[in-house]
Design a protein around this ligand. Structure first.
Ligand SMILES: [Zn+2]
Length: 213
């Protein structure tokens, strides 16, 4: 048995509505870093701005649960390998660079994940129709795509493939990733996580800090 205070090796993922996160008593916009708030100032659509705030808060909840760090110390930084600039691109935790972290938002839904290695998460409204097919063909494996398109519910199957593909891409699309996807019927969401090991799906309403700091 590992020591009681050893970090869990199981990655954590969480899906919520933007409203649930913004109503969470322990999460508020004041937790965001100045660079994150500057980025928010450039978002003109209020609902999209809320989604981005909620995703950035939810990732703090997830990281706080995983690491025992307080939410104010659990925010992700971002670095873009293409532009070699900070503030966008791949998220990472400067205090725990060995961990993987990922976030996603789409039309009132948000998701976050953290794990002991590369991790990727994606959430989409269950009613969304990915496509068109020629675009999907470029992005998704042909055999899986044909199978999904030929099945009894091609729209749902293609959306599932899509969120899996996005999660895998965000985790770096490397070998050995395990993919977990699920339908969150209460929130009319479909989500997927890619991680190197097991994943536990936690609830947004759980306490922010799962382990004493
Ligand atoms: Zn860039």
């Amino acid at each position: 048995m590992p020591p009681r205070d050893a970090p869990p090796v199981t990655a954590l993922a969480v899906v919520a509505t933007t409203g649930e996160v913004l109503d969470h008593p322990a999460l508020h916009e004041g937790l965001l870093a100045p660079w994150e708030r500057r980025r928010l100032d450039r978002i003109r659509v209020p609902s999209r701005r809320d989604d981005v705030i909620a995703a950035r808060l939810l990732v703090r909840l997830c990281v706080a649960r995983f690491t025992g760090l307080p939410p104010e110390a659990s925010g992700p930084d971002q670095y873009c390998d293409d532009c070699r600039r900070y503030g966008h691109g791949r998220p990472y935790l400067s205090r725990r660079p060995e961990l993987g972290v990922s976030l996603s938002h789409a039309d009132g839904l948000v998701a976050a994940a953290v794990g002991p290695g590369p991790v990727g998460v994606d959430v989409e409204p269950a009613a969304r129709r990915p496509g068109p097919l020629p675009v999907l063909r470029r992005l998704l494996p042909g055999a899986e795509l044909r199978e999904a398109a030929a099945g009894p519910d091609p729209d749902a199957a293609l959306l599932r493939l899509w969120v899996r593909g996005e999660a895998r891409f965000k985790a770096g699309a490397q070998e050995g990733l395990r993919l977990l996807d699920w339908a969150d019927r209460e929130r009319a969401a479909v989500a997927a996580v890619a991680a190197g090991g097991p994943v536990a799906v936690i609830a947004c309403g759980d306490p922010v800090s799962g382990r004493p700091g």
